[in-house]
Design a protein. Structure first.
Ligand code: CAA
Length: 260
């Protein structure tokens, strides 16, 4: 196990899993610009590390993240916030090629909820609270909430959450389809690791192209999406993992994927 420490996050590697922990405990992991830059750097580092197959993004028991840093934003003007274009950094999280599992305990509010939704799978502890409370401070979600929440749970529930600002519990989030599963808080990271290990066993080439094809659904028509999927499928036939995977099936043995 190797650990690298940034100022606002902690990273660690456990076999083929890269773990990023948001760590600004005094402000419930409020997502400052500095934290987001460190997060993007850590994600890129794991993305470029051949040994890492899956990334887990987590926070503390009390907070995944309570949102963008309100203190940092409060004095901005339209022009200053536009010129800084801080959400451009947030957008880089979306460019991560390896799957990211968000392991969410406690508050996932505003930017915290948006960050979790930018991940690919969300596992929540029973204590998790998801919400977009920006309306309570006179603004609206600015890091994808109106788009991703609506796509995840539909117009009516998204309207309620964004217009009332009321957070929902982990079990409400599960029923709405916002999270994959809900587990006791003490098992959160273990459950995320179990899923990460399952994915890590697969061909990383296939995992990468599958993630890419699934995300395509959000910005394309069905016919273009199907075409994209088919091309990714055909592309996999130039990988050694495709030969190994199919041969292993026919020889009735487990496949040994190398990522080539
Ligand atoms: N930004 C900056 N600081 C924050 C913060 C945030 N988003 N959330 C919490 N903090 C700070 C508090 O100011 C407080 O600091 P001090 O000790 O210096 O006073 C500390 O974290 C602990 O917070 P509380 O005392 O408020 O803790 P609590 O347990 O009483 O309440 C809470 C917890 C309900 C999450 C409450 O902190 C809260 O409502 N936070 C703000 C949630 C929010 O509005 N998020 C949206 C932000 S805007 C956004 O995210 C825009 C976007 O789309 C990207």
């Amino acid at each position: 196990m190797m650990t690298m420490t940034y100022k606002n996050i902690q990273t660690e590697k456990e076999e083929q899993i890269g773990i990023v922990r948001l760590h600004r405990p005094t402000v419930l992991n409020a997502l400052s610009h500095e934290l987001m830059e460190e997060l993007v750097a850590a994600l890129q580092e794991f993305d470029n590390d051949d040994k890492i197959r899956v990334i887990i993004l987590t926070g503390s028991d009390k907070a995944f993240a309570a949102g963008a840093d309100i203190k940092e934003m409060s004095d901005e003007t339209t022009v200053s916030i536009m010129l800084k274009d801080r959400f451009a950094t947030w957008d880089k999280v979306r460019k991560t090629k390896k799957p990211i599992i968000a392991a969410v305990s406690g508050y996932a509010l505003g930017g915290g909820c948006e960050l979790a939704m930018t991940c690919d799978i969300i596992i929540a502890s029973e204590t998790a609270k998801f919400g977009q409370p920006e309306i309570n401070i006179g603004v609206i979600p600015g890091a994808g909430g109106t788009q991703r929440l609506t796509r995840a749970i539909g117009k009516y529930k998204a309207m309620e959450i964004i217009l009332t600002g009321r957070p929902i519990t982990a079990s409400e989030a599960l029923a709405a389809g916002l999270v994959n599963k809900v587990v006791p808080a003490e098992l959160l990271l273990d459950e995320a690791k179990v899923m990460a290990k399952e994915i890590a066993k697969k061909s990383p080439v296939a995992v990468k192209l599958a993630k890419e094809a699934i995300l395509k659904v959000f910005d394309t028509s069905i016919s273009e999406g199907l075409e994209f999927e088919r091309k990714n499928f055909y592309m996999l036939f130039s990988s050694e993992d495709q030969k190994e995977g199919m041969r292993a099936f026919l020889e009735k043995r487990p496949a040994n994927f190398t990522g080539k």
